[in-house]
Design a protein around this ligand. Structure first.
Ligand SMILES: Cc1ncc(C[n+]2csc(CCOP(=O)(O)OP(=O)(O)O)c2C)c(N)n1
Length: 377
């Protein structure tokens, strides 16, 4: 059991609330796309609990370099709001509403702002940071290495000691995330090897749901087990290498304990860490462009329903008598309402400028003399 507040009922229930809100955001987000209000959706459903555990050890000054499944991590770490979730889904170009992308990136591509309105560096040690996601899978990996190397340089290079606003003695960890299929890319292996050689504070989480769109792991990963393949990178007998952890993606207390242990060693000793999170699911399938019922068997779909991380977390709370079924029902229905309200606010904000522009245009047409006006209804 970890020290990360798991004895406190309020913290556990708050975590469950975030998991439920994030799931509802995915469900409603998919609906927004399928009803034509947004163009494309790819979400973080099925990966909520592990990301909540990871967010507990993510500090001000740390960096994320990840991919489109990380919405729960972004919400739980406070780098992103539910309103921003919908604003980015709609492609809102208003940077107040959508500060992460300003509508210039694909949905669920996350970023925080490192510069202020005047273009000057903010104090990055006082905020949580995310570099901007890019769409080629595994493209986030080389940048992750660079972010981790920066910490090492800030710790070891005397010339950088006077440079303020970027690092506290290199105590910052670079957190990376990647899907299991994308670990087949060259960038992934090159980054891991370089991090092992350089011994940098890089923490990679692999969200393993067993699929790369419709391609199962057996066609993608030797032995169908990426952490087993990477055992050669593991630190042994004080030789430089990686710490490797493997945990089920639905085991909330174990995940919290694992991240606490792994990140404290990574931060203090600059040892790269790999977290292989297995047994994750995709309740809504890969993206709004497909339907996983077409390529997964009934047995697979049933297993995914049973081992859905949010359902397993609910079960754990009940079994450990942390809260009753009615309390959890209330959290779940409040999550539905909160997400709907956030969607409505984001939609209104997105529509308002369009509405105003349209009204202005109508007014202009009405007040301008137009020869064909009479023929118009
Ligand atoms: C370099 C590259 N090749 C192909 C794609 C198309 N693509 C987008 S997501 C994806 C599958 C990724 O699967 P995985 O890494 O397991 O992540 P998951 O979506 O399952 O979390 C593919 C092939 C891409 N975006 N970039």
């Amino acid at each position: 059991m970890s020290n990360l507040g798991l004895t406190h009922k309020a913290i556990i229930l708050k975590d469950y609330q975030v998991a439920c809100e994030s799931r509802q955001a995915s469900i409603l987000g998919r609906r927004e796309v399928l009803t034509g209000k947004a163009k494309f959706g790819i979400f973080g459903d099925g990966k909520e609990v592990a990301q909540i555990a990871m967010a507990k050890v993510f500090r001000e000054g740390d960096w994320r370099s990840g991919y489109y499944r990380d919405q729960t991590f972004m919400l739980a770490s406070g780098m992103f709001t539910l309103e921003e979730f919908f604003a980015q889904l709609y492609g809102d170009t208003d940077i107040e509403a959508n500060p992460g992308t300003g509508g210039r990136l694909m949905n669920n591509h996350f970023a925080t702002r490192s510069l202020d309105a005047e273009g000057k560096w903010k104090d990055l040690t006082k905020q949580k940071n995310s570099s901007a996601d890019i769409s080629p899978t595994a493209g986030q990996m080389p940048r992750l290495l660079g972010l981790a190397l920066a910490s090492k340089l800030f710790r070891n290079n005397p010339g950088l000691k006077t440079c303020s606003g970027f690092s506290h003695n290199g105590d910052e960890v670079a957190f990376g995330t990647i899907g299991d299929a994308s670990t087949s890319e060259g960038h992934f292996f090159e980054t891991l090897n370089a991090a092992g050689v350089l011994q940098v504070p890089m923490a990679v989480s692999i969200w393993d749901d067993g699929w790369g769109i419709s391609v199962p792991k057996k066609y993608q990963t030797t032995k169908e087990n990426i952490s087993e393949l990477l055992r050669g990178f593991e630190q042994k007998n004080d030789e430089p290498g990686f710490l490797i952890f493997c945990e089920n993606g639905w085991d909330y207390p174990a995940l919290c304990g694992m991240y606490e242990k792994g990140i404290s060693l990574c931060r203090k000793n600059h040892i790269p860490v790999l977290f292989h999170i297995t047994g994750l699911t995709q309740p809504l399938g890969h993206s709004t462009s497909g339907s996983h019922e077409r390529y997964k068997t009934k047995e697979q779909l049933d297993r995914e329903k049973e081992f859905d991380c949010n359902i397993q977390m609910r079960k754990w709370i009940l079994e450990n008598e942390i809260a009753g079924g009615r309390d959890l029902d209330e959290i779940e229905s409040a999550a539905v309402n909160r997400v709907k309200a956030s969607r409505d606010r984001a939609w209104k904000n997105f529509q308002d400028p369009i509405r105003k522009e349209r009204e202005l245009l109508i007014q202009m047409v009405r007040t301008t003399h137009c020869p064909c006006k009479k023929q118009q209804p």
